[in-house]
Design a protein around this ligand. Structure first.
Ligand SMILES: [Zn+2]
Ligand SMILES: [Zn+2]
Length: 361
């Protein structure tokens, strides 16, 4: 069974063997008047995919298809679509597929913070349909969450911007990253490497923080002005005391971050923004007296407006993120899961070759 009633995907079917997903078929969401159908061409592999597929975040649906860095072509538009999309347009979908679009937050470009937020996979829509992600032949999404992709950005480099990219871009903007500002990026992985590239493109002086020396060379190549190996360098909290205006915590877990030390390098009224969505039982721990004068927040994704801005900036400034391609399919997704879990990627995977795994019929 296939499109338009059924989609194909690569999904977790055996929860105890989540690193070996299978080719599956599942019912599509009911088509609503503001919906867009997208034939998928590529999908980035995000840390969240691994958290969700492995069960770190709790219950998983049956035949769970993850993936929320989707790039594809518009093949059908609902009668009430008004954002200007056309059949054949290349578009992206990130980690959010619904919100109320009506509350104070939604009206002020804060739709990721809407209480009616629906994430791209493994969450129920108001009608009970459980969302399915982008390691798939198609996705059906409300047009507000469908973002046109500028021609200049190659598909495999565009995909990771839709979740990883926007997740670090939004707090950079909201934290005040700008020419002349000093910005720290903590955790140099999939998202952190984009953080260095974007902060630099936005004109900031960039400080890259990682626990060990092994990310120094890459960080400098990406454009960092300073590199601090927090577990290996002595006296860095004194050396960089009172330096930073903004710091983005990009680590996938907060348990190995010493926030009390990191706070020491912040200026008064500096902002520390975490983008971490760790395992359910993790806490952000900080000594109140260490926190004097510094703001701490946690950010989630970014708005449609910010996604449009980010894609424009990446196209305009010709920013090239570091991506490794893998063909979608049972073997490719399995390899992506296993290597992501080990941190064996420089710095992001994009699944490609969707037309081979999901041929048109
Ligand atoms: Zn809302
Ligand atoms: Zn993500």
């Amino acid at each position: 069974m296939s499109y338009p009633e059924y989609f194909q995907g690569i999904g977790v079917v055996d929860k105890d063997n989540w690193t070996h997903p299978k080719h599956v078929s599942y019912a599509a969401k009911e088509f609503k008047e503001c919906d867009v159908d997208i034939e998928i061409e590529a999908c980035g592999v995000c840390g969240s995919d691994i958290h969700c597929a492995s069960g770190d975040w709790g219950e998983r649906r049956d035949k769970l298809v993850v993936g929320h860095e989707v790039i594809g072509r518009v093949i059908k538009l609902g009668p009430e679509c008004h954002t200007g999309l056309k059949i054949g347009d290349r578009v992206g979908v990130g980690a959010q597929v619904a919100s109320c679009l009506d509350c104070e937050r939604c009206e002020h470009d804060n739709e990721p913070y809407c209480p009616k937020f629906v994430t791209t996979y493994n969450q129920a829509y108001p009608d009970g349909y459980i969302s399915q992600g982008g390691y798939a032949s198609h996705i059906r999404v409300h047009e507000h969450f469908v973002i046109p992709v500028p021609e200049k950005i190659p598909t495999h480099l565009a995909a990771p911007l839709l979740c990883g990219g926007i997740t670090v871009y939004s707090p950079l903007v909201r934290g005040g990253c700008a020419p002349g500002k000093k910005v720290g990026i903590v955790g140099i992985g999939g998202i952190g490497h984009m953080g260095i590239l974007f902060a630099k493109a936005m004109g900031a002086e960039v400080y890259a923080f990682s626990r060990h020396e092994n990310k120094r060379e890459d960080s400098m190549k990406l454009g960092a002005d300073h590199y601090i190996a927090t577990l290996e360098e002595e006296g860095w909290t004194e050396k960089y005391f009172n330096s930073l205006d903004v710091m983005i915590l990009c680590a996938s877990s907060l348990s190995q971050i010493n926030l009390d030390d990191l706070i020491k390098v912040m200026k008064v009224e500096g902002k520390i923004i975490s983008i971490c969505v760790p395992e359910n039982d993790e806490m952000m721990i900080v000594k109140p007296l260490g926190l004097l004068g510094v703001y701490v927040s946690n950010s989630l994704l970014g708005s449609r407006k910010e996604l449009l801005e980010l894609l424009h900036m990446v196209a305009e400034k010709d920013i090239k993120i570091w991506v490794e391609k893998l063909p979608v399919g049972e073997a490719g997704v399995s390899e992506a899961f296993i290597r992501m879990k080990k941190g064996d990627v420089r710095y992001r995977f994009t699944l490609t070759d969707f037309d081979k795994e999901f041929p048109k019929n």
